[in-house]
Design a protein around this ligand. Structure first.
Ligand code: ES4
Ligand code: ZN
Length: 324
């Protein structure tokens, strides 16, 4: 089964590039850029990856990103993820990056996006892996800061397919970003948002009705609202679900408690994703394996989940037809 899941053609629609920064590369870049790290060893850093909730994780995730300084660093980070995709038969990716995590440290927007884009272009030419890059606004920062980031992105709109919204969900509801999402959509960008991860089902409704997103990231708390579950199924609004992330951040106590297959059986267009694999203990195949081990996912269910990842991707019709 493990080999079947690895070889199954897949797309990944919810992956934070900064969350694919493995401790080994983090230490190597720290050394290369003379950034002081508060950990004596790679092992000590890994031991710190024991999170009680989303905020515990975010604190370490933003700290780790500080080693990313040059365009080459962003290229190396992205390329390491692409090598994993190649090994796991991932045909299409729509990775996120958080420009504000870098611009707030004085790293130009151009440095991050040029390094990432160079790796994504090489993924296409070397491996035939197609992609669409999504830039996320940090929801703990202001809407004005998001507007400023959108402005910085304007020269690079050919390299970005859409915008997203991530970071601390509690206390930062979708409505805070209504105007900046409207502007981005008017510029032709697609939109997604993290909603219903730690926050309530209402955040999923508001992401749809106020931000007018094309897809929901996580969305697992939608289960608390049966009417919303029916709507998601009826309107074919896909959820990018991240099983290992949800257990590592204590959204569910144990994988046996996860609701992804329950939603799948209720007709919700769910997909499997790895979120921040360097921090949560596994890339995409490992997330599929965790669903088999923890929830008894069948091969047929795995195939349906993988099909959803192509069908609800932002790839064009021709590319979808090739992958499906
Ligand atoms: C994130 Cl798991 C998760 N949730 C919200 N924001 C994030 N940024 C990176 N990973
Ligand atoms: Zn995420």
């Amino acid at each position: 089964m493990d080999q079947f899941l690895n070889d199954l053609p897949k797309a990944e629609l919810h992956l934070h590039l900064e969350g694919s920064l493995e401790p080994e590369l983090l230490f190597a870049l720290g050394e290369r850029n003379a950034v002081e790290l508060p950990y004596a060893s790679i092992e000590q850093l890994r031991e710190a990856y024991d999170f009680g909730n989303l905020q515990d994780f975010l604190d370490l995730y933003y700290q780790g990103a500080a080693v990313l300084q040059t365009e080459q660093d962003f290229y190396d980070l992205t390329w390491a993820y692409i090598e994993r995709c190649k090994a796991e038969n991932i045909l299409h990716i729509e990775p996120f990056f958080d420009p504000q995590t870098h611009t707030d440290r004085g790293i130009p927007f151009a440095t991050a996006i040029n390094g990432i884009s160079r790796a994504l272009e090489q993924a296409e030419t070397a491996y035939g892996i197609s992609s669409g890059l999504i830039m996320c606004f940090l929801r703990h920062l202001s809407e004005d800061a998001a507007f400023e980031t959108l402005q910085q992105a304007e020269p690079y709109l050919d390299k970005i397919i859409g915008i997203g919204l991530d970071s601390s969900e509690k206390g930062h509801p979708p409505a805070k970003f209504e105007r900046v999402f409207a502007k981005a959509r008017a510029m032709g960008l697609l939109a997604v948002a993290h909603a219903g991860e730690e926050g309530p089902a209402q955040n999923v409704i508001d992401a749809l009705d106020i931000l007018k997103v094309d897809r929901i990231d996580h969305g697992v708390r939608a289960i608390d609202d049966p009417e919303l579950i029916q709507r998601l199924a009826r309107e074919e609004i896909a959820l990018t679900v991240c099983p290992l992330s949800n257990t590592r951040l204590k959204v569910f106590d144990d994988m046996s408690q996860h609701n992804i297959l329950q939603m799948l059986e209720q007709g919700v267009k769910v997909t499997v994703n790895s979120d921040d694999p360097a921090y949560f203990g596994g890339y995409l195949t490992e997330n599929f394996i965790a669903l088999e081990k923890g929830l008894g996912m069948t091969r047929e269910q795995a195939v349906e989940l993988a099909r959803n990842s192509f069908e609800y991707s932002f790839a064009n019709k021709e590319r979808k037809a090739e992958m499906l």
